[in-house]
Design a protein around this ligand. Sequence first.
Ligand code: PEP
Ligand code: MN
Length: 361
Amino acid sequence: MNIAPLHSWFNVSAKTALIAGPCGAESYEQLEKTIADLSKNNIHPGYFRAGVWKPRTRPNSFEGKGEEALKWLQDLKKEHQIKTIVEVANAEHTELALKYGVDALWIGARTTGNPFSVQEIADVLKNVSVPVLIKNPIHADLQLWLGAIERISNSGITQLAAIHRGFYVYGKTKYRNKPIWQMPIELRTLLPQLPLFCDPSHIGGSVELISPIAQKALDLGFDGLMIETHFDPPQALSDAQQQVTPLQLSEILDGLICRQKTELTDYDKTILHELRNMIDDIDEDLLNLLKKRILVIEEIANYKKINNIAIFQLERWQEIIRTRAKLADKLGLNRQHVEKICQLLHEESIKHQNSIMNKPS
Ligand code: PEP
Ligand code: MN
């Protein structure tokens, strides 16, 4: 995949590449006041965001001002020397955004999940040079995310980036969209040269969560952040609860620690080398223990086979979960993490017992 380096199209300010602006473009004044407040607080985002078409989950909510808002952005761009970015969800949006001189496009989570729409956008982008940022799909499907990136890349776009905005999960959670950090990490492993942004506003869904999520993203090596900001969040017509004022945004940015030390000293290297050796030894012990565990499982399987006992014994599984959770608490380990490990061990144990007990003799 031909991917341009981020600095070739993104003016990376102070700590991190930043995209900031309101969830939606509501009026010329709202945009202008937000731009002015950003500047007053010495924030100069690489791109000023504003949704002009808002994909709303339920009808009868603010759906954006469409073409009218594109005109506002075009005028504001000239007056304030800013670069703009809007969300596009179909071919018509893309054509209009390009017609009004929008500087970059992002594809929203609902659109990434629909290959027909992504292809429609990609077709408009043939022979066009514009940065395109692709949010993850609503649900945690890495292939769908990758597929959307490939479709846009296949149309010849090289100024590409991905935006991690979390994933919908059923039920009440601390987050509006669960981060599942493993997904962007896997994306980075597959496409190491693809710039990666984090959108803590849509992951957190609340003002308090923006800072810790943004910090975690920087610690994981993300290249940039997209944060929703509005000059008067309580008045916002969409996502009011998660938008911050430009002043709050400047406090959030000031508080972020950028651990960008790339040149390690000899002392750093020695310390890390020693600690990593310890981890290597611990992993070896863990794998040897896993092998020991498998050998006992084989004995159990053979016994069950001879004595006609079913593989899955509910009481035993319940006992494992209960006792391991208790031990996790006693050791100060994360209970959910230990539960997950138990589940993996149990799955493998059942698979292994099944292969022994049902081996054709
Ligand atoms: C947005 O950025 O305003 C938006 C609609 O986000 P998402 O596609 O991540 O829900
Ligand atoms: Mn929003």
